[in-house]
Design a protein around this ligand. Structure first.
Ligand SMILES: C[S@@+](CC[C@H](N)C(=O)[O-])C[C@H]1O[C@@H](n2cnc3c(N)ncnc32)[C@H](O)[C@@H]1O
Length: 185
């Protein structure tokens, strides 16, 4: 069974249901066991491919602005289980894992020239990391692109909303845990 570790998955389902990716890619930063990616792949339409970005490897890193570094349970065994669970999606060319950090992904030439219609931000939860990711994807967005931020109360979402307003993104809806922004250009 593919599980998630967060809340507001029903909102993620609502925001992806029949969402037209216009032939562009979707992405989830931070895949873990895969529930977020599964919901996206099961609901969006006209998606070029869904890209999951996750280094796994049980890394020791600072998760939040106000904590120290520690490890969780994001092991390579978890990655292998996820890859097995997503076998049919992979065989259909619907899913690919970039087994690397967000920073490595953003420097990867294969993806630097892509456009993204939907992004779920659920990797590092430090404000500076989410800002870096959000600006990188905003520069690769199209009119109608949707960004969903998980655990947004744990970082400075107000600052991120302000920054993204300069890229023509507006907050459309929010739950207790997830927040949706959309490119209105
Ligand atoms: C909160 S979990 C993701 C939960 C998942 N999206 C879901 O809905 O079930 C966070 C994930 O982020 C990954 N992660 C940690 N540092 C990362 C980084 N620098 N770049 C990308 N992913 C990272 C972890 O390995 C972990 O799997």
């Amino acid at each position: 069974m593919i599980r998630g570790d967060s809340k507001d998955y029903e909102l993620l389902e609502k925001w992806t249901k029949d969402f037209d990716c216009q032939g562009y890619k979707s992405c989830e930063i931070g895949v873990r066991e895969g529930l977020g990616s599964k919901i996206i792949m099961d609901n969006v339409v006209n998606n070029y491919i869904h890209v999951g970005v996750d280094p796994y490897g049980n890394l020791n890193y600072q998760h939040y602005d106000n904590t120290g570094s520690y490890t969780c349970d994001y092991t390579d065994d978890m990655r292998d289980t996820m890859l097995n669970d997503f076998k049919s999606y992979r065989n259909q060319g619907k899913f690919t894992l970039c087994n690397m950090t967000d920073t490595q992904f953003m420097n990867d030439s294969e993806h630097r020239h892509s456009k993204f219609a939907f992004v779920h931000f659920d990797g590092p939860h430090m404000t500076k990391d989410v800002i870096t990711e959000a600006v990188w994807f905003a520069n690769r967005s199209v009119p109608g692109t949707r960004f969903v931020f998980d655990d947004y109360p744990t970082y400075d979402m107000t600052l991120i909303e302000r920054i993204l307003s300069f890229y023509q993104f507006k907050t459309r809806e929010q739950g207790n845990n997830k927040l949706l922004m959309e490119h209105y250009g």
